[in-house]
Design a protein around this ligand. Structure first.
Ligand SMILES: CC(C)(COP(=O)(O)OP(=O)(O)OC[C@H]1O[C@@H](n2cnc3c(N)ncnc32)[C@H](O)[C@@H]1OP(=O)(O)O)[C@@H](O)C(=O)NCCC(=O)NCCS
Length: 163
């Protein structure tokens, strides 16, 4: 696992990230380079044999870390790569005394919701028809950390979602 910055990212890795985004989300115009230009963007990459296989992009603003994108190359799914990236971002959050890690996920995305639940995230809300491409609801999930110790605070779903 590697944390990328605008300075440390090489062209080949950035292109690999764009290709993973394209394959995973169907986002042909996704640009890791653009994402990394924002000073508050944080990016982690899982590599194997010099090849990027998964990435995570988050925004760190004050005491919150907002996970925007996480994706694994379709040929490397279910090998724990996304879990490893999330754990890296949570370790960063602890070091930076982040209080809240939050994200949105499509209601139909069982794989991602399963991933986040395994890490202790709980459901905090639903944004109806948040995704304009298909009017799908966003499920809001969060993990609260103790900013002093980094310990994850136990939480439970604030609303019930039918999957
Ligand atoms: C969601 C995603 C990132 C998971 O990546 P991954 O590297 O395969 O995840 P992991 O191997 O670390 O899996 C961790 C857990 O997630 C859940 N999970 C992952 N894939 C799953 C699937 N197809 N069905 C059900 N649960 C799944 C499981 O709980 C899994 O733990 P387990 O293997 O011990 O059962 C990947 O499926 C992906 O890239 N999807 C497309 C992009 C996307 O939807 N991103 C999230 C929204 S931004």
């Amino acid at each position: 696992m590697l944390q990328l910055t605008a300075d440390s990212a090489d062209d080949a890795t950035l292109e690999e990230i764009d290709a993973i985004a394209s394959a995973a989300f169907g986002l042909p115009r996704f640009s890791a380079r653009e994402e990394l230009r924002r000073p508050w963007t944080r990016c982690w990459v899982a590599r194997e044999a010099q090849r990027a296989l998964a990435f995570l992009i988050a925004w760190h603003v004050v005491d919150e870390l907002h996970v925007l994108n996480i994706a694994t190359c379709p040929t490397a799914l279910r090998r724990g790569l996304a879990t490893g990236l999330m754990q890296q971002s949570l370790e960063y959050a602890r070091q930076e005394h982040v209080r809240l890690v939050l994200l949105e996920v499509r209601r139909s995305n069982r794989a991602a919701i399963g991933l986040y639940r395994k890490l202790g995230f709980t459901v905090t809300g639903v944004r109806p028809r948040y995704y304009s491409d298909n009017d799908e609801d966003a499920v809001e999930m969060a993990l609260t950390l103790d900013p002093a110790t980094g310990a994850a605070q136990p939480g439970r779903d604030e609303i019930r979602i039918e999957l």
